[in-house]
Design a protein around this ligand. Structure first.
Ligand SMILES: Cc1cc2nc3c(=O)[nH]c(=O)nc-3n(C[C@H](O)[C@H](O)[C@H](O)COP(=O)(O)OP(=O)(O)OC[C@H]3O[C@@H](n4cnc5c(N)ncnc54)[C@H](O)[C@@H]3O)c2cc1C
Length: 498
């Protein structure tokens, strides 16, 4: 009880930051926010809330875009004050370096604290907390080379919904041949659905003989609160940045086929379509103070961004290899390349300018239609299905007459189609098309969400992927840890039915 009294708590008022994430999902409400400062406080608090049957929602930094940290009743537990511990270690057995951190530490803080090492998960939004990124199995452009968060988690300390603290080291608890994991006296039956054979952040992880740590990673906080994390690190290497332009989308895609298996594996491979290039050029002409990009080669209809790492004197080899690949793929003369930091930053800025430019368009439309929002797909499919998915998406959208732009992680066959509705009728039409694209992706063995997760906004699409049976299997795992359904209610599935 003494510990409970020490925990910082304050009421949540209308418009409070804890009622929103970056999706700006409306309707959030909570009575209070608790701000525990360490794992002991967190454990005591959670066990108290459970005994009182009070629902609680975990808040990292609120950068999610699926409403996953938006509370609908009960209280919020914000982990922002659990951000002090950060220490570097070396694993004697493997010789690899790893970082031990509290969940409230941000990715930017991790990046800035490391000198010759880096944490390779880069979900663009560096203000995200490491706890939030583990809970959502975040990934991004660099997952092409380094995979998603899951690959980098060495161990977790988790406060379970009843307040018990569990320490899970990768490699300790596995599912047996019946698909059961025996853990802390519980028998957990892992979901039986087949995960898509592509990058995926939808639903609980499941595969034969799986490690229990993977059940928690990407669970959107429905099974427990991640209170301490150990993640592996990599050695930093110098990189060169490139943008290759093509006069035809197909040529750009052919280039990606050559780039993927290249002997120097690119750090990432990103794509932008012709509408995206036009938007960026227009913005650069209209408002050079906010975006100043060099003139693009004539007839640029598609762009591929990629970075290549090299050992200290190896820049010439990288340039030779890329030059040859580009020549063979008939890339346009005038493609960009940089290895000095200032120029590399310019290319990075160019790459990141597109989502912001799209958001700028949406803000303009919002002046007349305040409830308008962008509809961005997060679909990925297995590589061999990418061509079909892309054609289908483009044709469906072109037939609809809706304005759209596509860009993103082509290395992972994960392109975001951003629909930009000009009025409410178009918003409705866009939502219908979104559902059609999801169904097509599932038919092709893909996922509705490769990186952003399901949260509270995409329940029906998770059901499209795994069916009612799959949702019941997720519900069953949840019930094992949280029989009262108090923690992170409403993520992944409707909490109405226990
Ligand atoms: C501009 C922009 C670009 C983005 N790009 C990408 C991208 O490329 N790839 C990508 O993957 N994501 C991307 N995101 C989404 C976002 O950054 C991630 O979802 C992030 O991982 C969430 O971290 P957070 O700390 O903000 O968590 P929150 O948004 O606060 O929470 C997200 C979920 O995690 C749970 N949670 C948080 N902390 C914990 C914890 N310690 N234990 C248990 N559960 C917890 C919450 O309850 C919630 O369910 C982007 C977001 C923005 C705004």
């Amino acid at each position: 009880m003494d510990i409970l009294k020490k925990i910082i708590v304050r009421p949540v008022v209308e418009g409070d930051e804890y009622l929103y994430d970056e999706s700006r999902m409306p309707g959030g409400k909570a009575d209070a926010v608790f701000l525990p400062e360490n794992i002991e406080e967190l454990s005591v608090l959670v066990s108290y809330l459970y005994s009182e049957k009070t629902p609680f929602t975990v808040y990292g930094k609120g950068t999610g875009i699926t409403g996953a940290s938006v509370p609908f009743g009960g209280v919020v537990i914000s982990l922002e004050k659990m951000n002090k511990k950060k220490s570097l270690h070396r694993c004697e057995k493997s010789g690899r370096d790893f970082l031990s951190v509290e969940p409230g530490v941000t990715l930017a803080e991790i990046r800035d604290s490391l000198k010759d090492l880096f944490y390779p998960v880069d979900p663009t939004e560096m203000s995200a907390s490491i706890g939030g990124t583990v809970a959502t199995n975040a990934s991004g452009a660099c997952s092409f080379k380094y995979d998603s968060t899951r690959e980098w988690v060495k161990s977790l300390k988790i406060v379970l919904p009843d307040g018990t603290v569990a320490h899970i080291e990768r490699g300790e608890y596995f599912a047996d041949s019946n698909g059961d994991i025996h853990f802390l006296g519980k028998k957990i039956k892992v979901p039986e659905y087949q995960m898509p054979k592509c990058k995926n952040a939808a639903g609980l992880y499941s595969c034969k003989g799986m490690d229990i740590i993977d059940l928690f990673i990407g669970s959107e906080g429905i099974l427990g609160i991640i209170a301490e994390i150990e993640v592996w690190l990599e050695n930093k290497m110098p990189t060169a940045s490139f943008i290759a332009f093509f006069d035809d989308e197909e040529r750009a895609f052919e280039f990606v086929q050559v780039l993927r298996p290249c002997k120097i594996k690119p750090e990432f491979i990103e794509y932008v379509d012709s509408s995206g290039l036009e938007m960026l050029e227009k913005k650069s002409l209209d408002d050079p103070a906010s975006l100043n990009i060099p003139k693009l080669p004539d007839n640029s209809r598609a762009g591929i961004f990629f970075d290549m790492a090299y050992v200290s004197e190896g820049i010439l080899e990288v340039l030779e290899i890329t030059d040859e690949m580009l020549g063979n793929a008939r890339g346009l003369a005038g493609s960009f390349c940089a290895w000095e930091n200032i120029e590399k930053e310019r290319i990075k800025f160019f790459r990141h300018a597109l989502p912001e430019t799209v958001n700028g368009f949406i803000s303009e439309i919002k002046r007349n239609y305040p409830d308008i929002h962008k509809l961005g797909t997060d679909i990925a499919v297995p590589h061999e299905m990418f061509g079909e998915m892309n054609e289908f998406s483009k044709n469906t959208l072109m037939k609809s007459g809706l304005k759209f732009v596509s860009f993103g992680h082509i290395g992972d066959s994960h392109i975001h189609f951003n629909i930009i509705p000009q009025n409410y009728d178009e918003l409705d039409a866009g939502k219908r098309i979104y559902g059609i694209l999801v169904s097509k992706a599932v038919e092709l063995g893909g996922t509705v969400s490769a990186e952003h997760g399901i949260g509270k906004l995409k329940h029906k699409y998770l059901e499209t992927m795994y069916g009612k049976k799959g949702i019941d299997e997720i519900r069953r795992v949840k019930k094992c840890f949280d029989p009262e359904f108090l923690l992170n209610r409403g993520n992944m599935f409707d909490p109405g039915k226990k």
